[in-house]
Design a protein around this ligand. Structure first.
Ligand SMILES: [Zn+2]
Length: 259
């Protein structure tokens, strides 16, 4: 190396002008959650980190509760479970800068306080991991989870694909229930037990697809094949075999015995 270039001449020193804080801020998404009220807008700023950050304002509209339009049309006398929380809203998103595949309308689920935030984070993990291959197939597409603080209290919101079910009404109960059972079997096939499928409240529609929503009570689950075992050769077994949630779902939705 007597006459060759020195080691240093081959490399430029990494500039220290980009600090760690600046690097992080480049990867920070910001969502300003806007609640309208009689005394004006309440705006909460939430953030997350991702490879393709967005900056957006989300204006919340109506809460999303109750059965989807097809279930209301087909089963008008079936009530929804009491005590449904008004923490899920349709929302309009306005972006500053690039926003990739983010939609202009979305579903936003909001949590306030440590217990609710922890539960929402756990639900988001199901969308990100166990259910990742079922987004747009049996569950809505997941866009992001944002966290923040209001007066020291933790808050969070999850942004999902908006599925209003208004673009197509299923007019046949057998077909609607078949779609419900297919979606439920798919989530069990990925090792997830929903834990709250007592009525039609947690099924939404996007076009002609039925999706399962609200995994706040879900648990990981080893399902025996992901198929209900209630009906066999036209006979109905009295005792559950295989998976208990699929057994109950088929009684309620697949065979319409329990609704
Ligand atoms: Zn199962």
């Amino acid at each position: 190396m007597k006459n060759g270039p020195s080691f240093a001449s081959h490399y430029t020193t990494v500039p220290d002008t980009i600090s760690a804080v600046q690097q992080v801020s480049r990867l920070t998404s910001t969502l300003d959650l806007t609640f309208e009220s009689d005394d004006g807008d309440h705006i909460y700023r939430l953030t997350n980190y991702c490879r393709n950050p967005i900056t957006a304002v989300a204006r919340l509209d109506a809460p999303l509760v109750g059965n989807c339009p097809s279930a209301r049309f087909l089963f008008p006398r079936v009530p929804t479970s009491p005590g449904a929380k008004r923490n899920t809203f349709s929302a309009s998103l306005t972006f500053s800068g690039p926003h990739g595949d983010w939609p202009a309308r979305a579903c936003i689920k909001y949590a306030s306080g440590k217990e609710e935030v922890d539960r929402l984070v756990a639900e988001a993990r199901f969308y990100l991991f166990e259910l990742r291959n079922l987004q747009g197939v049996a569950v809505p597409t997941f866009y992001g989870l944002f966290e923040g603080r209001v007066d020291g209290r933790p808050i969070a919101c999850m942004v999902l694909e908006l599925c209003t079910g208004r673009d197509a009404i299923c007019k046949y109960a057998d077909e609607f229930n078949r779609l419900v059972m297919v979606a439920v079997c798919k989530i069990h096939g990925e090792g997830v037990l929903h834990g709250n499928l007592h009525d039609y409240r947690h099924f939404v529609m996007k076009g002609k697809q039925v999706f399962v929503v609200d995994f706040s009570m879900a648990i990981r689950h080893k399902c025996e094949g992901g198929t209900p075992a209630l009906q066999w050769d036209g006979l109905v077994n009295d005792a559950p075999t295989g998976c208990i949630e699929l057994y109950i779902a088929e009684r309620k939705f697949g065979l319409g015995l329990g609704m």
